[in-house]
Each structure stands twice: as C-alpha cells, then as structure tokens.
Design a binder for this molecule. Structure first.
Ligand code: TMP
Length: 239
C-alpha cells in the first residue's frame, strides 16, 4: 500500500492518495493549534497517541453498530481510511457545561446537563466555524434533512458508547467534536478523529483536565496528560 501524492494538509493531519481510489492514508502530526489556528505549538508524541486512540475508539464504535471511515492502522502515525467527502458540519456533543458553551451563555463550567446538548457549527476556518442550526444547514445545503437526522442519531449513540467507555477508564466525558463523511456510495460514516484533541476529558475523581485544554489554557503538563489518557485506554482495552 504505497503512499502517493499528498491531497490535503489540515492542522493536525495530512491525507495521502494511494493506488486504490476508494481509500486514503491519514498521517497524524504533533502540531497543535487553538483558537482557529491563532495559537500554535507542538505536543510531542501527540500524533502517535491520537492515531492509536482514535483507531481504538473507532473500532469500539464499529462494534456498537456505528459505521466509521476506519480500515486499518498502517504504522505509529498512519491509518488507512475510506475516502470520504467531509460533511462541512462540526458536531459538538456536550454532557457538562464547559468551553464556548460556558462563555456564550455565561454559565460556570461543570454543570451536568439532564440530556446531552448537540450543537452544529459550519466547518469553515475563514468564517471561524460559526454555530448554526438545522435550518441554516439546510439553507446552506451543507447536508440533506435525512443526513442531518442520521448524523444526530449516530452522535447520540456515540455519546452513550463513549461515556460508558471513558467512565470505565476513570474519565468523565465532558464534551467532544465529531465530523462525518459521505462515501462514494452516499452513506454517512464517522470520520476525522476522536482523541484528547477533540474531547474534553476530566479525571472522574480529581476533576483534573486530561485533554487539549491544557494546551489551549497554558496549564502545563500537556504531554503527560495525553500519555495518562493513552495509558488508561491501553490498560482498559488491548485494542
Ligand atoms: P468548545 O467548547 O470550544 O466549543 O469545544 C467543544 C468541544 O469540541 C471540545 O471537546 C473541543 C472540541 N473542539 C474541537 O475538536 N475542535 C475545535 O476546533 C473546537 C473549537 C472544539
């Protein structure tokens, strides 16, 4: 499986074509950004951790009946995935108030919601990923009504699975961001990654932040937090 030309470079990953037009190889970098790329840095070893962890979680979700882009891990930093067209909606699921929710609505962090909150934002860096609702998404033709229904129902199911998984690792799943893709056949699959870059993960006992907020907020101990989460995932599941 030979890597051909690079077809895309994002903030945390590169994507390469291969000789099969239905598949691509994703390569995870150690680059970290925040605030729409305004803050830049490196988290040493992050690419290796996020590749492994995301693959572990995608497998877990596949086994729970959620279709994903995952095909096979190729190396420490590389994974073979189905080639998809990314639906330009970032789906955020929140179980506890934090981050932009707390800021926007003027509430403290740490309030547990009775039901998960689902938010969509328009995946568009030049506009700063603005928040939008279903009717905005339909007006902008970002997805069809049917696709949005599917995305919403997969997202809630993913939340249930991930909350249970992280709880078994001694971690509270505060919130996370998902991206979905459309395969050549037109079906919706979970894409992108699930990692401490895209989830807020708090230690269940101490409440310590074990995710990218340590980088965003200059809390220190960034690499250690990623390593701690990886250790707990590996101990839980030899995936
Ligand atoms: P927020 O509170 O800043 O809106 O973030 C909600 C969740 O989404 C949090 O777990 C971090 C994740 N996230 C990303 O993965 N990428 C992003 O660009 C942003 C803004 C948040």
């Amino acid at each position: 499986m030979q890597k051909l030309e690079q077809i895309y470079e994002g903030k945390a990953k590169k994507v390469f074509a291969i000789d099969d037009p239905g598949l691509v190889i994703v390569e995870y970098k150690d680059d970290a950004t925040a605030f729409n790329g305004q803050k830049k840095g490196t988290i040493r070893g992050k690419g290796i951790i996020n590749n492994r962890m995301s693959n572990c979680l995608m497998l877990l979700l596949e086994n729970a009946g959620i279709p994903t882009h995952f095909v096979r891990e190729m190396s420490e930093r590389e994974t073979l995935v189905k080639k998809v067209t990314i639906v330009p909606l970032e789906v955020i699921v929140r179980n506890i108030s934090a981050g932009s929710f707390s800021k926007r609505y003027g509430v403290e962090e740490g309030i547990k919601f009775e039901e998960p909150v689902i938010e969509f934002s328009y995946k568009n860096d030049s506009l700063g990923d603005p928040l939008l609702n279903t009717s905005h998404a339909l007006a902008l033709k970002l997805a069809t009504e049917e696709e949005i229904k599917t995305i919403r129902s997969y997202s809630l199911k993913i939340n249930t699975c991930l909350q249970a998984f992280w709880a078994e690792c001694g971690i509270t799943l505060v919130d996370f961001k998902l991206e979905f893709g459309k395969t050549a056949g037109g079906s919706i699959v979970l894409a992108d990654e699930i990692s401490p870059d895209t989830c807020r993960l708090w230690d269940s006992v101490s409440g310590e932040k074990l995710d990218k907020d340590r980088f965003r907020r200059d809390l220190g101990g960034v690499e250690e937090a990623y390593a701690e989460v990886m250790k707990r995932v590996t101990e839980h599941d030899n995936c």
